[in-house]
Design a protein around this ligand. Structure first.
Ligand SMILES: Cc1ncc(COP(=O)(O)O)c(C=O)c1O
Length: 367
């Protein structure tokens, strides 16, 4: 078996530190907003070069609270790429706004800025570039496009821990960057977790209130809010993993390079591309193949944990039927959904395992 991601192998590296950290939290009963949460927030903010980090309950909450903190709500439209995990669009809906879907760039699978431009209108209050698969969407070019408007950029940074574009991490250009610590992410917790990064002190203060029933002071609630705080036990895990993130991302890059070398000569396979100025952290290694469903089945039969991110685009999900879209509306996204395939990648994958993945892929493709 070669899994898509091997979380047990990562745990082995930090098991002792996590055990000691968790024991300390339990002994102090510091479960809610214990010191470890603040310490992790500070460390993660500093790692990203962003002034503020607010830990919340999940990546979906991070997006919703980020939108709300920026004043996005009912009557507003938010531009979202059709190729993303559904949570991006759900968060917009949870904030009371309406997602406006746009197609993606065929090479990078990221938001297509030309299409964003076409969809800007009087009700659009925000755009969410999703930094999918481990590389940043062109936030700098998006900001340029939005110059002179009051449209805010909310970055979906769930899949790009450690990635940079022109030397800058997510959150450097947008109003906020919302991230997820879902276990399988490059920086993953042992349960749900998320965070919002922002350069703006005022937004950080609003976010701290929003995550804690609308107020930072006990029993004072100046505005409506939620219960969505990063768990102290998760902060312990995340802090230990953060110390290893760069090393683990370097191992992912080496693995990606190895796949690229091994797959370069395989007919029919389209390799992933890295945008100019981007440092990719290879959350996922996404290729395109002919007869994808047959190939995935063949890989699974051989014990290879291939995945599809994502098989059904947002506009074809029942939950978004009310947006009134039909098959054919976003052809680039739909073609990607039919042909993309994620190969196993994680910091501990070995060269031998990757060679076995590629050999199985060649058999599945009949090459
Ligand atoms: C691109 C993207 N956005 C949002 C989310 C939502 O994060 P969470 O599962 O922590 O709510 C995820 C991951 O699950 C994601 O991959």
């Amino acid at each position: 078996m070669i899994p898509l991601v091997d979380l047990a192998a990562q745990h082995r590296e930090i098991a002792d530190e996590v055990q000691a950290g968790w024991r300390s939290v339990v002994e102090r009963s510091a479960f809610i907003l214990g010191d470890e949460v603040g310490a992790f927030e500070e460390a993660f903010a500093s790692y990203n070069g962003i002034a503020h980090c607010v830990g919340v309950g999940s990546g979906t909450d991070a997006l919703e609270l980020g939108l709300r903190a920026c004043g996005v709500g009912p009557g507003d439209e938010v531009v979202v790429p059709a190729n993303t995990f559904v949570a991006t669009a759900f968060a917009v809906q949870r904030a009371g706004a309406t997602p406006v879907l746009v197609d993606i760039d065929a090479e990078s699978y990221l938001l297509d800025l030309h299409r964003v431009k076409d969809r800007l209108g009087p009700r659009v209050r925000a755009v969410i570039p999703v930094h999918l698969y481990g590389q940043l969407a062109p936030v700098d070019e998006l900001q340029e496009l939005l110059t002179g408007t009051d449209v805010v950029v909310i970055e979906d940074a769930a899949q790009c821990h450690g990635a940079r574009r022109h030397g800058l991490h997510a959150g450097s250009l947008g109003a906020v960057a919302a991230t997820s610590f879902y276990p399988g992410k490059n920086l993953g917790a042992y349960g749900d977790g998320g965070a919002v990064l922002t350069r703006f002190g005022e937004l950080a203060a609003r976010l701290r209130a929003l995550r804690n029933w609308g107020g930072e002071v006990k029993y004072e609630h100046p505005e409506p809010g939620f219960n969505s705080r990063l768990d102290t036990l998760q902060a312990v895990v995340l802090h230990e993993k953060l110390r290893r993130l760069d090393r683990w991302n370097t191992a992912r890059s080496a693995a990606a390079e190895r796949y690229t070398n091994l797959l370069g000569s395989v007919p029919g396979v389209t390799l992933p591309t890295v945008g100019p100025g981007n440092e990719h952290v290879w959350h996922l290694y996404v290729i395109r193949v002919p007869n994808r469903d047959h190939v995935v089945d063949a890989l699974h039969r051989e014990g290879i944990g291939a995945g599809i991110h994502y098989p059904v685009p947002v506009h074809l999900q029942g939950a978004f039927a009310h947006l009134g879209h039909a098959a054919g509306d976003f052809p680039v996204t739909e073609e990607a959904a039919r042909s993309i395939l994620s190969l196993p990648i994680h910091p501990m994958i070995t060269a031998d395992e990757q060679e076995r993945v590629v050999a199985a892929l060649r058999r599945a493709l009949g090459t």
